[in-house]
Design a protein around this ligand. Structure first.
Ligand code: ADP
Length: 890
């Protein structure tokens, strides 16, 4: 025993000597001995005491004896007995039953002796001798008890012993006490000591064991126990209720051996629970899940499989899951699974699986090998997911795509689809491939790869823009240079770049449709050219050419129009030219033109159009509709041909005819008058002297008129001959001076009022038709007479000109001719307008004939004249031979 200073004070003021004494006493005795003070406070105890009663010095030192009583044993009588000992009496072999902790009741013989050590400080020595034990037996018992106690307290189990049919706790080890929360249970029935187990079935079990004598083994039995001052304890126990038999074979109690397996159970439960949770999860997953063992046999399939296939659990698990696969994919699927299983590799397969309804649906099966942490192959785990709708949709899309592909392929419009940023040629029909001048090997390539010649042309940028902005591009008559048959060729195309979008509205490609319009552009170019040719031609034409659209709106005027009117082309196009039409022609023109526009029939009319000089000139206005193949009017082309001269000629002809009839009638009337006069006179004279009748003057008048008539008729004959080119000249060499003299003489007979002087400055012969040249001369002289009403002097000159020419000139002092008219008087039927026309009889063919005759003699006819002063007409001929000069005759 270890002594410390603290122990002295703890012993309530006992002196050191008393303590030493007490310990000395207890050390010397073999039996369990306890030393207490007169006040019954524990001072010391022997080793035997501690081991016999299972106590420690710490637990009891300083305690009062009654405390020990209350705490460790029920020995109330001892306390009273010891008070007698204090008074000097001793206690001898007093039998007491001591209820030993964990061991039950034991009978002891107690001896006590009061020792007066110091006057007031007496001690009481108490020895405890187990009853009826021989010394040997006692020591054996004590040894046995010790051993059992050691075993029990060191055993890793909870042990107790129950006595009698009421199951009274007789003994229990430390672990058992720990289990029940160190409650005071010894000597009490189970029902009393542990009231909470009343309804947990244990008491009933104990009853059965007690009655039957058969042990009960409980595994992982749950028990709920109260723990004073602590929350209730739930424990799992493995336990044995072993009946204890008396030597007579009767059951006297039950030995309880229990092991707390709470932790093991809770770990296992946790594992079980998490496994259950996993399983639950697997069951609730919207996919089929399966597991095989390491042999490949199906170990688990979640309920989805059974629900899906309608297979029962037996069917599926014996690898008959393959039976549910569509016969067409069965072998392949099995092969795929088998291969993955053998190689311990993941796999996936798409196949049709028979549903419980009997139809097959597309699914995707995936599997992976499963290994333990140590790397041991445990089998395969996998899923089966229904992809039927997706697959059908995919099939539909594929069908649709194929259809589109077929349509695109068959389309006559060149069509291509490009995908991705790099513009991969996804699709291109033959029309497009031909348009590119490539072959089908371009499909699948990027556009840059397939058509490198487009580099530098705007199309890649355009495509990129469409791809980025999503805005369709329309190309109109865009020029594209393509490498066709190794040669760069230019084409013109109408085309679209249209963005293609997926269901998410994202652009994934571009649809290109193109139409080759090169021919149209080229032919339009040609048309433009031919139009410009037409314009050039139109400008060269002597006519005034315009063209209008189908409705008659003016489009074009040729140069002649501009020259004639002096108006700019733009103004003409704007204002038209109808305001230039003479007002007398306008109404008719409008009516006719409108009718033509309506009917499409050709237009033709003579109209007067105002020229830049302010004069109207006659035009033949014609218009013709240009029609297309269907007979629809495309445009009108109209020409205005100037016919002013023709028109004038015509008028002259008309005037001529009027005049001819007049001129013919006048002499005939005159002749008739004279003849009637003479006949009347003859009748009246009745045979009288005819010489008194005015025969001569009347006949002369008649003759004069006949001459006039003859001349008229011969002029007209000449005219028709000339027109028919039948004038034949009887050429000879003759003296021109003689012809002049002769002619003047002839004229002078009938014309006595005028004085005609001839001046033969030169004499010569010419080679020509004497009568015709005479006719010319007559015309000159009669004109000189006719157009000189106020002057009687006429001169005729024959003069030599250089280069062997001779000129015959007839000079008058008459009315003269102005410059303008001088050019025209040699034309057919031309007569100077104004008063002369009426005043002077004539047909306007004399000078025309004269001119024709002289030209046929390779001669020249000329006029010099001044209005109001007189005129000189002359003809110039080649000299055939010079003749001797003769003195003037007249
Ligand atoms: P006509 O029968 O009218 O005289 P011509 O051919 O002989 O026909 O003459 C044509 C026109 O020339 C005449 O109408 C006249 O106006 C003009 N003419 C001809 N000779 C003269 C002249 N000597 N003096 C003035 N005018 C003349």
């Amino acid at each position: 025993m270890v002594k410390t200073s603290g122990e002295h004070t703890a012993f309530g003021g006992a002196s050191i000597d008393l303590d030493n004494f007490a310990h000395a006493v207890v050390r010397t005795v073999w039996e369990p001995v306890l030393v207490v003070t007169a006040g019954l406070k524990i001072v010391a105890a022997s080793e035997e005491f501690y081991s016999t009663f299972g106590l420690h010095s710490k637990e009891i030192k300083g305690l009062l004896l009654q405390d020990l009583d209350e705490k460790y044993w029920d020995l109330k009588g001892l306390h009273n007995l010891l008070t007698t000992v204090k008074k000097g009496n001793s206690l001898r072999d007093h039998e007491f039953l001591i209820d030993l902790k964990n061991f039950g009741e034991k009978a002891f013989l107690i001896n006590a002796e009061s020792v007066d050590y110091l006057s007031n400080q007496g001690l009481i020595l108490i020895s405890f001798k187990p009853k009826a034990d021989t010394r040997h037996q006692r020591s054996k018992d004590i040894y046995y008890l010790k051993t059992v106690r050691d075993i029990l307290s060191n055993a890793p189990a909870m042990i107790c012993r129950l006595k009698g049919p009421e199951h009274i706790f007789e003994l229990a080890n430390e672990q058992y006490f720990d289990l029940i929360g160190k409650r005071d249970i010894l000597g009490k029935t189970v029902r009393e000591a542990l009231p909470e187990v009343e309804n947990q079935g244990f008491i009933e079990l104990l009853d059965i064991v007690y009655k039957s004598g058969k042990p009960f083994i409980g595994n992982e039995i749950s028990i709920k126990l109260k723990q004073p001052g602590k929350p209730d304890k739930n424990a799992f126990l493995d336990f044995v209720y072993q009946p204890i038999f008396e030597p007579n074979g009767e059951v006297s109690g039950i030995f309880v051996h229990a092991v707390d397996v709470t932790e093991k159970v809770s770990v296992r439960k946790k594992v079980e629970q998490s496994e259950q949770e996993l399983r639950n999860m697997l069951e609730t997953l919207p996919a089929i899940i399966w597991l095989t063992d390491s042999e490949g046999t199906t170990k688990y399939m979640n309920k989805n499989w059974y629900e899906y296939t309608g297979q029962t659990s037996g069917e599926a698990e014996e690898s008959n899951w393959v039976d549910a696969v569509h016969p067409e994919e069965r072998e392949k699927t099995n092969r795929q699974f088998g291969k993955a299983f053998r190689e311990r590799k993941p796999y996936h397969a798409i196949f049709r699986l028979r549903s419980r309804k009997g139809d097959y649906r597309w699914v995707i099966g995936r599997g992976s090998p499963k290994f333990t942490i140590e790397g041991e192959f445990q089998g395969m785990i996998g899923t089966v997911v229904d992809i039927h709708e997706e697959k059908l949709k995919e099939q539909l899309i594929r069908d649709k795509e194929n259809r589109i592909r077929a349509i695109v392929q068959e389309a006559t419009v060149a069509t291509a689809v490009y995908t991705g940023e790099e513009m991969k040629i996804e699709m291109a029909n033959d029309a497009m491939v031909n348009l590119w001048g490539k072959d089908r090997s371009v499909i699948g390539k990027s556009l840059r790869e397939a058509l490198p010649e487009l580099e530098g042309q705007p199309f890649f940028d355009l495509l990129q823009k469409v791809y980025n902005t999503g805005e369709t591009y329309w190309g109109k008559e865009d020029k594209v240079d393509l490498l066709i048959n190794g040669r760069m060729q230019t084409g013109y195309f109408n085309f679209t770049y249209k963005p293609l979008r997926n269901e998410k509205n994202e652009i994934y490609g571009i649809l290109n449709m193109a139409q080759d319009i090169s021919e149209m552009v080229n032919s339009r170019e040609l048309l433009k050219q031919s139009e410009s040719h037409f314009r050039q031609m139109a400008n060269l034409m002597p006519e005034k050419v315009t063209n209008t659209d189908a409705e008659g709106n003016l489009i074009y005027f040729n140069q002649n129009w501009l020259d004639y009117t002096g108006i700019e082309r733009e103004e003409l196009v704007l204002r038209g030219w109808s305001h230039l039409i003479h007002e007398d022609d306008f109404r008719k023109f409008e009516k006719k033109w409108r009718k033509s526009l309506k009917t499409g029939k050709n237009f033709e009319m003579e109209i007067r159009i105002l020229g830049r000089e302010g004069k109207y000139k006659w035009h033949l206005s014609r218009a013709e509709a240009v029609k297309d193949d269907d007979g629809r009017i495309k445009m009108w082309i109209s020409t205005n041909t100037e016919i002013h001269r023709l028109k004038e000629e015509e008028k002259r002809k008309e005037d001529f005819l009027k005049m001819v009839s007049h001129e013919l009638k006048t002499p005939v009337t005159s002749i008739k008058g004279y003849v009637q006069l003479l006949l009347t006179l003859l009748r009246r004279s009745n045979g009288a002297d005819h010489s008194k009748l005015p025969l001569q003057p009347s006949l002369e008048r008649i003759d004069h008129q006949i001459v006039r008539l003859t001349r008229l008729i011969s002029e007209m004959l000449d005219l028709s001959r000339l027109e028919e080119n039948k004038m034949v000249l009887q050429k000879e060499v003759f003296n021109i001076n003689d012809l002049v003299t002769q002619t003047v003489q002839d004229i002078s007979y009938t014309n006595t009022q005028h004085r005609i002087d001839i001046n033969h400055e030169y004499r010569c012969s010419v080679f020509g038709d004497k009568d015709r040249l005479g006719q010319v001369l007559i015309n000159f002289i009669t004109n000189a007479i006719k157009y000189s009403p106020e002057s009687q002097n006429i001169k005729i000159q024959v003069k030599k000109l250089k280069e062997d020419k001779v000129a015959v000139c007839v000079i008058d002092e008459g009315i003269g001719i102005d410059k303008e008219d001088q050019k025209k008087i040699f034309k057919r039927f031309y007569r100077i307008g104004g008063e002369s026309e009426e005043t002077y009889a004539g047909f306007g063919i004399g000078l025309y004939l004269a001119n024709e005759i002289i030209q046929r003699h390779n001669g020249v006819i000329e006029v010099d004249s001044q209005k109001g002063k007189g005129s000189e007409f002359r003809f110039i001929l080649s000299v055939a031979s010079e003749d001797e000069m003769i003195t003037k005759e007249l």
